[in-house]
Write a protein that binds this ligand. Structure first.
Ligand SMILES: CC(C)(COP(=O)(O)OP(=O)(O)OC[C@H]1O[C@@H](n2cnc3c(N)ncnc32)[C@H](O)[C@@H]1OP(=O)(O)O)[C@@H](O)C(=O)NCCC(=O)NCCS
Length: 393
């Protein structure tokens, strides 16, 4: 079996998905995707677009501007028609799934060079846009428990995650993300793109819009519940509506060596797990356990974790159940912040956390041997992937 390594990963900044306040409110998602593909080729001049065997792109809501965006963005961006594209929909894990598809194709020797990507514009294509649920689903589930907010409430109730503990998760997410941004840590991955401030002034967007430098436990405690009057989940403890795109250049290790390209991480394994959609946020627990069992590891073998923070409640529940601590700040988890602060452009985030993990393991955790990236997904799919530092074999 061949080995798959990460050559590079780039992303747009994550912008607020808001028609008046979002920095990318006048950009289309295909333009954002083209920008990250362009950046990959600019940063890696030895690779031409026609050298890529195929492009995988994760998007949770493939309708409207995001209908077959994998193909249409590639063509609209002027890239070669001969390169095939595949759109992947697995709700939030779509971008991770895209990465796993590419890694598996490389490992089984189909070809050497692939792009894995993800995009979601939650302003132009809002969550559940054009959704038409199978009526028979109501025979099996309470339909009011299927949307994401109610699942976060249910996880909080079943796993007894107090509102304050969710707010601690959000607090540390913002603190760490603000610190990482200030220290320039995301510069390696964010492609600067022109956007617009709230007043319409054009500027170069090179930082994530949702991060709150002055996050406050006191302010969060005053916020109204977002999903039910007596609920414990607020806008502060939910990942915010976000727009963003990212792309990874993945290659067989043989090819990377032949071309003299540098790399730090190789893909070791991935696991998908399904669960009850009404508690979808707990999914990463099952995916991570499956992944660790498969390779014969325990949580102690993993040096650094990236967990997509869909909600504070599910993040705390998953991390507690895995034995990674009781409350935020969780050591070695989301060390540059997570989606509560950075935002969560649904189908993009699974690939984004792999890009961030790669950069964390190249810099602050360069002696770390293993990293895991994992996330939950709407309707009860979750993925976890294991990556190894090639200098620690
Ligand atoms: C929770 C949710 C409904 C809130 O949406 P909304 O009502 O549009 O609210 P916003 O996110 O715009 O936040 C409302 C206000 O609270 C503010 N706010 C958010 N977090 C805050 C914090 N930590 N501290 C202080 N204020 C905060 C916002 O800035 C905004 O105020 P502003 O417009 O003056 O800036 C929405 O973010 C949501 O649905 N999130 C979950 C998305 C999801 O399901 N993703 C998939 C997960 S699997």
């Amino acid at each position: 079996m061949k080995e798959c390594v990460i050559i590079d990963g780039v992303r747009t900044a994550n912008a607020r998905a808001h028609a008046k306040k979002g920095w990318f409110r006048n950009k289309r998602p295909d333009e954002l995707l083209t920008a990250v593909y362009d950046a990959l080729f600019e940063r890696n001049p030895k690779i031409k677009p026609e050298d890529v065997e195929a492009v995988f792109c994760g998007t949770a809501n493939q309708s409207g501007m995001q209908n077959d965006i994998a193909r249409l963005a590639w063509l609209a961006g002027g890239f070669p028609e001969s390169v095939a594209t595949t759109g992947i929909c697995q709700q939030c894990p779509s971008g991770m799934s895209a990465t796993e598809h590419a890694a598996r194709a490389i490992m089984c020797g189909e070809r050497d060079i692939y792009i894995a990507s993800g995009v979601e514009d939650m302003q132009h294509v809002p969550m559940a846009f054009a959704m038409d649920f199978p009526p028979r689903l109501a025979n099996r589930y309470k339909m009011e428990e299927i949307p994401m907010g109610p699942t976060a409430e249910k996880v909080a109730e079943l796993w007894k995650v107090a509102r304050e503990d969710q707010e601690k998760m959000a607090y540390w997410s913002h603190k760490r993300a603000a610190e990482a941004t200030k220290a320039g840590k995301f510069k390696r991955e964010i492609v600067p793109i022109e956007g617009e401030k709230e007043d319409g002034t054009k500027f170069i967007v090179d930082r994530d819009q949702w991060i709150r430098e002055n996050v406050s436990m006191e302010t969060m405690a005053t916020m109204q519940p977002a999903f039910k009057p007596d609920g414990v989940v607020t806008a502060a403890t939910s990942s915010p509506l976000t727009t963003g795109a990212c792309a990874l250049l993945l290659m067989s290790r043989d090819k990377a060596d032949e071309l003299g390209l540098e790399y730090h991480l190789k893909y070791v394994a991935g696991a998908m797990a399904g669960c009850d959609p009404t508690i979808m946020g707990i999914g990463p627990l099952y995916a991570a356990r499956k992944l660790l069992d498969r390779v014969g590891f325990t949580v102690n073998d993993i040096d650094v974790w990236e967990l997509n923070e869909a909600f504070g409640s599910q993040s705390v529940a998953v991390l507690r159940e895995l034995g990674l601590g009781e409350n935020a700040p969780f050591e070695n988890v989301n060390v540059w912040g997570g989606a509560l602060a950075l935002g969560h452009p649904l189908g993009e985030s699974g690939a984004r956390i792999i890009i961030t993990l790669n950069n964390i393991m190249k810099t602050d955790y360069k002696d770390a041997k293993y990293g895991v990236a994992m996330l939950c997904g709407g309707f009860g799919n979750a993925n976890a992937t294991l990556w190894q530092n090639v200098n620690k074999e």
